[in-house]
Design a protein around this ligand. Structure first.
Ligand code: DOR
Ligand code: ZN
Length: 352
């Protein structure tokens, strides 16, 4: 049993920082722990062009530090052009484009209604080595159950994408289902995907059994224990293109604990300890082989897919229990309730 090990300072390869009083909470949390992050563009209005990227970066700048790399994404719409892609590829901070099927999740109404129609844009991305970050879900509706939205997207969209634009690098964001896990597990080197802490820790029983837990509600929604097991098989087998990306999404308590609550879990406050808790429960993090896998999953595999340098700075992960705060205060008066609020995590991070 080794109770202390180091990892490179990780990247959070999928984070929501917003553009209001939640930004002042979320960005410092990510910056405190990470070497960089891939920042989501689903603001209102969305980050659609390099001009929007530059404007957002300048609003973020008070919270950023010199050594930290904020990597940005463009929000794809039906109107995105090949010229938009050329400009994005030339921008030193833009790594890819986020695909939100229109209506699939928070602030996705300006998203893509017909992926096939965007083929020239997708080809332009592939030519320039840009990553397509996919929210892989079709819309729910008659014939499509909310728990099946990801599997239907794999069958109808991802299969088409990988056959039609095979050179395109695709990151399947926040993987949740066995169907997605199996597709990514057997796909070629241009396809990988991120996994959130909540999808490693929980299944839909945790969300719904004994009462609805609004702070476990996110999209794609938590699935069955067999789906969670399929994600763990990829992680345990050390799949080279499966990595950590939190999908940390700060929503106020008021917007979560209400009759129609928002989707999203806030995990940026300490992503490493949350993933450590998940690894410890599932695999036992005291074993040095598990620690080595943890290091690669949290800090190496995703960076390699994106072509980012693995950080030379390190964090130390220690088997010291910590109690997660019940909430974080926002300047506007509301609060954000973090994932695992009030619970004890078995591991902590110290910078040495
Ligand atoms: O739970 C989620 N929250 N899933 C998403 O896809 C978006 C995110 C958000 O922005 O709140
Ligand atoms: Zn997200």
């Amino acid at each position: 049993m080794t109770t202390r090990f180091t990892i490179p300072r990780p990247y959070d390869l999928h984070v929501h920082w917003r553009d209001d009083d939640r930004t002042a909470l979320a960005v410092p949390h990510t910056v405190a722990q990470c070497a960089g992050a891939v920042v989501m563009p689903n603001l209102v209005p969305p980050v659609r062009t390099v001009a929007d990227v530059d404007a957002y970066l300048s609003r973020l700048s008070p919270y950023l530090t010199e050594g930290f790399a904020p990597m940005m994404t463009l929000y794809l719409t039906d109107d995105t052009t090949v010229e938009d892609i050329a400009a994005a590829a030339a921008h030193p901070r833009v790594v890819g484009c986020k695909l939100y099927p229109a209506g699939a999740t928070t602030n996705s109404h300006a998203g893509v209604t017909d992926l096939q129609a965007l083929r020239p844009v997708l080809e332009a991305m592939a030519e320039r080595g840009m990553v397509l970050l996919a929210h892989g879900e079709v819309l729910a509706g008659p014939g499509v159950d909310i728990f099946e939205k990801e599997a239907r997207w794999v069958e109808t969209q991802l299969t088409w994408l990988t056959q039609t634009v095979p050179e395109l690098k695709i990151s399947c964001e926040h993987m949740t289902s066995a169907v997605m896990a199996e597709f990514v597990g057997s796909a070629g080197p241009n396809v990988g995907g991120s996994v959130t802490p909540q999808h490693l820790l929980y299944d839909r029983n945790d969300l719904l059994e004994g009462g609805i837990k609004p702070h476990l509600y996110c999209l794609p929604i938590l699935k069955k224990h067999t789906d969670r097991a399929a994600l763990w098989r990829l992680v345990k087998d050390q799949h080279p293109r499966v990595w950590a990306g939190t999908d940390s999404a700060p929503h106020t308590r008021g917007r979560k604990e209400c009759a129609c609550g928002c989707a999203g879990c806030y995990s940026a406050y300490d992503m490493v300890s949350l993933y450590a808790e998940a690894f410890d429960r599932e695999l036992g993090l005291g074993a040095s082989a598990v620690q080595a896998n943890f290091r690669e999953f949290v800090a190496v595999r995703g960076a390699e897919f994106y072509g980012m340098e693995v950080s030379a700075e390190t964090l130390t992960v220690v088997a010291e229990p910590q109690v997660v705060p019940s909430h974080y205060d926002l300047a506007g008066g509301d609060t954000v309730v973090p994932l695992c609020a009030g619970e004890t995590l078995g591991w902590s991070v110290v910078s040495e």
